[in-house]
Design a protein around this ligand. Structure first.
Ligand SMILES: Cc1cc2nc3c(=O)[nH]c(=O)nc-3n(C[C@H](O)[C@H](O)[C@H](O)COP(=O)(O)OP(=O)(O)OC[C@H]3O[C@@H](n4cnc5c(N)ncnc54)[C@H](O)[C@@H]3O)c2cc1C
Length: 441
């Protein structure tokens, strides 16, 4: 029987593991954290349809609530884009992360997945141009676990992906512009006031490149202060300045920390990396850059990607796990899901070039509108000629950033070409040609 190891108990790895163990595969997940400490002490936005897609039971209703109405705000707070509720944010729920993690573990064990906690992975085992397993820490010694397929679900700093030989052609370190830092905290709500809308995402809050948000509930205010790492790591002085400003805007934010109060520096904000498979190896979730590029949300994409991967593995049957046989996983994921985030990734890259005053101008002049930001919800991007002309004419006065704006919009005509030229079957030469184009955007 084929042996499948999953590095890290990431959501995409668990999703693939569940689907494979159900079909009789021998699947073991190796995770460094203690089981009871897994997950964060907060809620995350997620779509329940991801579970249906991955054929995983939906979590119990007691661990989530419907997402709130949401708006994007300019840095100066004067320009607000209220997002349509019916198709985007309204499809989501806010789910307890610890509850979600518990649910995924229960589903995995029910399917027959072996979960091994408190075991640190050190590096992959490489033999003859293939991944053959992983080195783990076993007390004071190292041990080797062998696999036919190693699924890398160990996140941005995965000890597997970061130690692959460069000849595999897989990105080992994410560029700074693809990494986000965030501080998350829940304060008490002193008088139960709820803002309209309750969920506000501010671009470049306090001139910090990145996004920050507040979500008000009768009992608490959930705050994220976020910054693109490309512009320097998020400092506690910046966090405190943002929180002070939110307090002056929303005086009902109390001083009592109810949950969170944690800074996380390793959040990918990236489109899918260009190559996620090799002989004996497949990356999934954050490790493969499967996130919504502006916010770093990756739960839905990773859970869905796990199903694409499992389907591909089932299709391989008794065959070997090679770059070629695993390619349909990458191809299908990208053609059906990954493509939706190219435009947003281009916006994100654009945002790393601009300043707060430029964003104020862009939202004031409606150069970017609700429709463009709806691509964060997987909505297709349609840019009628009239709007392109509007963008070009109104973008011209911001002369320093105009070329970057046009560069970001170049993704729109390039997208159909990217999809069409991606080789359906793996061929190194054709792949390299496609990759060059993909990376040029
Ligand atoms: C503050 C914050 C807020 C977020 N909010 C949202 C949200 O609202 N909605 C959303 O969709 N997403 C959100 N995300 C992103 C989301 O957490 C990830 O995209 C999602 O978990 C998919 O990542 P993953 O499962 O691939 O990897 P991860 O969640 O990073 O899991 C990787 C696992 O690998 C383990 N691991 C790493 N190294 C080793 C090692 N050496 N040995 C053994 N195990 C190892 C880690 O302990 C971890 O359990 C948020 C992330 C953060 C940090």
């Amino acid at each position: 029987m084929k042996t499948i190891l999953v590095a890290g108990a990431g959501h995409g790895g668990l999703s693939a593991a569940i689907n494979l163990a159900r079909k009789g595969y021998d699947v073991t997940v190796i995770e460094k954290q203690k089981r009871e400490e897994m997950g964060y002490d907060w809620e995350d936005a997620i779509e329940l349809s991801a579970f249906d897609f991955a054929e995983i039971e939906r979590p119990d209703e007691s661990i989530y609530i419907k997402s709130h109405h949401m708006a994007y705000m300019s840095p100066n707070g004067q320009h607000v884009l209220k997002m349509p509720y019916d198709k985007g944010i309204g499809k989501r729920v806010h789910m307890e992360r610890k509850g979600l993690t518990k649910h995924m573990f229960a589903q995995a064990e029910k399917a027959g997945v072996k979960l091994v906690f408190e075991t640190e992975i050190l590096a992959p085992v490489i033999e003859r141009n293939a991944v053959k397993g992983m080195k783990i820490k076993d007390g004071d010694n190292e041990a080797i676990l062998r696999s036919d397929l190693l699924i890398d679900a160990a996140g941005l700093t995965s000890p597997i992906r970061t130690h692959l030989p460069s000849s595999f052609g897989i990105v080992r370190q994410f560029e700074e512009r693809n990494i986000f830092n965030a501080y998350r905290v829940y304060f008490d709500n002193t008088d139960g006031t709820i803002t309209d809308p309750p969920y506000n995402v501010t671009f470049f809050h306090m001139n910090k490149p990145g996004i920050s948000w507040t979500i008000t509930d009768e009992k608490f205010v959930d705050i994220i202060v976020g910054k693109f790492q490309m512009k320097g790591k998020l400092t506690m002085d910046e966090v405190n300045a943002s929180i002070d400003d939110f307090r002056s805007r929303y005086p009902y934010i109390g001083n009592k920390i109810l949950r969170g109060g944690e800074k996380i520096e390793s959040i990918p904000i990236s489109r899918m990396i260009s190559k996620i498979v090799h002989n004996g190896y497949a990356a999934v979730g954050d490790s493969a850059g499967m996130t919504i590029p502006l916010s770093g949300s990756g739960l839905v994409l990773s859970i869905m990607a796990g199903k694409y991967l499992a389907d591909c593995v089932l299709g391989i049957g008794d065959g070997e796990f090679t770059e070629k046989s695993l390619w349909p996983y990458e191809y299908n994921y990208f053609q059906e899901q990954g493509k939706n985030y190219l435009m947003l990734d281009a916006f994100k890259n654009f945002f790393t070039y601009v300043e707060a005053k430029d964003i104020d101008y862009i939202l004031k002049k409606k150069i970017l509108t609700e429709q463009q930001f709806s691509v964060a919800d997987g909505e297709p991007l349609v840019l009628p000629l009239k709007q392109i002309i509007h963008i070009v004419l109104n973008g011209l006065p911001v002369i320093e950033i105009f070329p970057h704006l046009i560069g970001a919009l170049a993704v729109v005509p390039a997208l159909p070409v990217i999809l069409k030229t991606m080789p359906k079957e793996y061929d190194e030469k054709k792949f390299k040609k496609w990759e060059k184009f993909y990376l040029s955007l």
